[in-house]
Design a protein around this ligand. Structure first.
Ligand SMILES: Nc1ncnc2c1ncn2[C@@H]1O[C@H](COP(=O)(O)OP(=O)(O)OP(=O)(O)O)[C@@H](O)[C@H]1O
Length: 369
């Protein structure tokens, strides 16, 4: 298990605020955040290229905080792959072992098994200059795995690849990660990639960890307004807490002319009081287009209005819905095939109450009223 306990760092104008997280053995987690959030810095602290100003790093119970890089038992795949151009594929992979420990009779068997697992058999004698981007990535991954590390650290491993190569490698990496049962932390910008790999997701923004949790929970219920914005959730409505009781809170959404009872189980950990300003959010995929005759819960608010814009994507249809008597626009994602039936139609949407999330509004946060 990897355990970070309140690690901090200051470099130039950047501050990493005390950061704690745990990754159980064999799990794969994703660290997400905007550019400059400090993601690579956190990885470099774990790998040992940097030392924290405070806090400790444990791997399987051993305190690594002062242990030098080469004795940490951590496989690292940096953004720049740093494959040696003068070594063949198999020699590059062998280097991953030899730079860590003395040669061992079994080393070539380990290299061969990784060549096999990463489907590099036909390429093993090639030089890196004659490999594609995806092939180099596989070599770099094999090299990071070669010394059988207890922990694998991946810094945006697929960012330089095109969509097709990326998708191919996603499946391969996942099967390798599960086969070798290696504890893994991956940094990525790509939300889909994070969702695919990360059993748990950690969101780092401006050097502060905003949320850690199971991927579905993080994507559906971001804990802060910044996290919700980073996750690209467009439906964020300022609201006021009108009442608070044992079962939850009652909030007024002036912009939509609604008053909603939000169950305490969906409120997360934020301390919210009566009179507080909050933001209610809902993912566009969780808003339901209501077709006449379709059964629905009587408790969920419905809004009548019209479709003001439709954008057809590869997989789905993105709709901008404007309720009557409101200037707000609600984004709805639905099946692509609906585009013809919805053009400039007056429709009704349902906002399932249990799909809302509620985050506190800090004084510095700006929202469009
Ligand atoms: N050696 C350094 N000296 C001063 N500032 C640094 C140094 N290294 C990194 N920084 C700053 O620390 C902040 C965090 O950098 P880091 O590379 O960890 O961010 P990141 O989240 O990985 O960004 P990206 O997604 O763009 O790679 C940035 O503002 C960066 O400019």
């Amino acid at each position: 298990m990897l355990k970070l306990e309140g690690i901090t760092l200051r470099t130039g104008s950047f501050t990493l605020n005390p950061l704690s997280l745990e990754i159980h053995s064999g799990e794969c987690h994703a660290l997400l955040g905007p550019s400059g959030a400090g993601k690579s810095t956190v990885l470099e602290l774990i790998v040992g290229f940097r030392r924290p100003a405070a806090g400790r790093i444990f791997l399987n119970g051993k305190d690594l905080t002062q242990v030098p890089v080469e004795r940490r038992d951590v496989g690292y795949l940096p953004q720049q792959l740093a494959i040696f151009p003068h070594l063949s594929v198999k020699e590059n992979i062998m280097y991953g072992i030899r730079c860590r420990r003395k040669p061992h009779g079994n080393d070539w068997a380990v290299v061969e098994s990784l060549i096999d697992a990463l489907d590099l058999g036909d390429l093993k004698d090639r030089m890196p200059a004659n490999l594609s981007g995806g092939e180099r990535q596989r070599v770099a991954l094999a090299r990071a795995l070669a010394p059988s590390p207890k922990l694998l650290i991946l810094d945006e491993p697929f960012s330089a690849l095109n969509e097709t190569f990326r998708r191919e490698l996603w499946g391969l990496l996942k099967s390798i990660q599960q086969r070798y049962h290696v504890t893994t932390l991956m940094v990525t910008h790509d939300l889909e990639e994070a969702f695919f790999f990360g059993e748990k997701i950690h969101i780092l923004i401006h050097g502060t960890l905003h949320q850690s949790g199971p991927r579905r929970e993080v994507f559906d219920r971001p804990a802060t307004l910044e996290a919700a914005r980073f996750l690209g959730i467009p439906n964020l409505f300022p609201a006021m807490v009108i009442d608070k009781h044992d079962h939850g809170i009652v909030v007024g959404l002036k912009s939509l002319g609604l008053q909603l009872s939000i169950d305490r189980n969906t409120l997360g950990n934020a301390e919210i009081k009566k009179g507080d300003s909050v933001v209610l959010g809902i993912r566009p995929e969780n808003v339901v287009l209501h077709l006449s005759g379709q059964p629905c819960s009587q408790n969920d608010p419905r809004l009548k209005g019209e479709v003001v814009e439709m954008v057809e994507g590869i997989h789905d249809l993105s709709i901008s819905f404007k309720p009557y008597d409101s200037d707000a626009v609600i984004k709805v994602t639905t099946e692509r095939h609906r585009s013809e039936t919805l053009h400039h139609k007056k429709i009704e949407i349902i906002l399932p109450i249990d799909r809302f999330f509620c985050v506190p509004l800090n004084r510095n946060d700006c929202t469009e009223e």
